[in-house]
Design a binder for this molecule. Structure first.
Ligand code: C2E
Ligand code: MG
Ligand code: MG
Ligand code: MG
Length: 281
């Protein structure tokens, strides 16, 4: 206990940690309520081809709608959702909602390519993950071939052998895999060679200074070349200006995401964009 460590620590506990604990409890309650009351929302950020700027797919991103407050970002609730285990229920709700929206887009005549959903560490550790996902897809009548899962390096490097087993299983059912936020975690190149993934997503932090810093540009060039040598697709994250897009294209990066092309959009807003695509040149 903090108290047994002396007055100074006790005071620290009182003021700063207590406030933190209250905030965490608040977010946890908001998350529980949102899951119970169907207040979880999913927005979709398009991925574009850097050759013709066509949409090639979208990524589903979770939002929490707090009544009277507004939308809460996953940055705020994902870590807590992980700790409390609520992430399992949340992740399944995101996947189910995404499937429903995919069916809606299809009915409206839009074939959006693959739709990517992010997977958390806890979800990934479930031994029956593949079955759980296949069940949701079957219930919502969506083909596994229409789904891509994004996992971060940290998730797969925690237990690489187990990760390879699960990833192979998912692949065998037609689900594609992308390594998210690539370059920010630690992936051993030996494992990268063995992971049954189809796509590398270069983290935004490398894209930010791609024109300002030669080192960042060289880094991206190397990642793209390595990915292509391994037969992987490359997506650059967080592209905000034309110069970045042009440099990425010159470095042979074929796909990108970012505010330059589109922010995350509600299902309806996405359909509107698709009906009136704004081409960027
Ligand atoms: P991520 O998967 O790397 O998603 C990209 C994040 O960058 C998203 O933030 C997106 O809105 C933001 N972004 C995209 N383009 C730009 C840009 O040009 N500039 C800037 N500044 N930001 C951009 P978001 O939606 O807040 O999500 C943050 C992270 O939370 C995601 O990172 C992902 O790791 C996690 N996350 C989101 N939804 C889910 C989910 O349903 N399940 C799980 N397990 N994690 C999720
Ligand atoms: Mg992602
Ligand atoms: Mg990412
Ligand atoms: Mg990222």
């Amino acid at each position: 206990h903090a108290k047994s460590k002396g007055g100074h620590n006790y005071q620290f506990f009182n003021e700063s940690m207590n406030r933190n604990a209250v905030r965490r409890l608040q977010v946890e309650n908001q998350l529980r309520q949102a899951l119970r009351n169907n207040h979880l929302r999913v927005v979709y950020q398009p991925k574009v081809s850097l050759t013709n700027f066509n949409y090639v797919g979208v990524e589903a991103l979770a939002r929490l709608q707090i009544p009277g407050v507004g939308m809460m970002s996953p940055i705020e609730f994902i870590p807590l959702a992980e700790e409390t285990g609520l992430i399992i229920e949340m992740g399944e709700q995101v996947l189910r909602q995404t499937c429903r929206d995919m069916r809606h887009w299809l009915e409206q005549g839009h074939e959006l390519g693959r739709v990517a959903v992010n997977l958390s560490a806890k979800q990934f550790l479930q031994p029956d993950l593949t079955q759980r996902i296949l069940t949701i897809l079957a219930e919502e009548q969506v083909s596994p071939h229409a789904l891509e899962l994004e996992i971060t390096e940290g998730v797969v490097m925690d237990d690489p052998e187990h990760a390879i087993t699960i990833m192979t299983e998912l692949n065998q059912h037609g689900i594609q895999l992308a390594l998210d936020d690539f370059g920010t975690g630690y992936s051993s190149l030996a494992y990268l060679k063995r992971f049954p993934i189809q796509t590398l997503k270069i983290d935004k932090t490398f894209v930010d200074d791609i024109n300002a810093a030669e080192r960042d540009r060289n880094m991206v060039a190397s990642i793209v070349a390595m990915a292509h040598n391994l037969g992987l697709n490359v997506v650059a994250e967080g592209v905000v200006n034309h110069d970045q897009a042009a440099t990425l294209s010159r470095l042979n990066c074929e796909y990108a995401q970012g505010y330059l092309f589109a922010k995350p959009l509600s299902s309806d807003a996405l359909l509107e964009q698709l009906n009136a695509p704004a081409l960027i040149h």
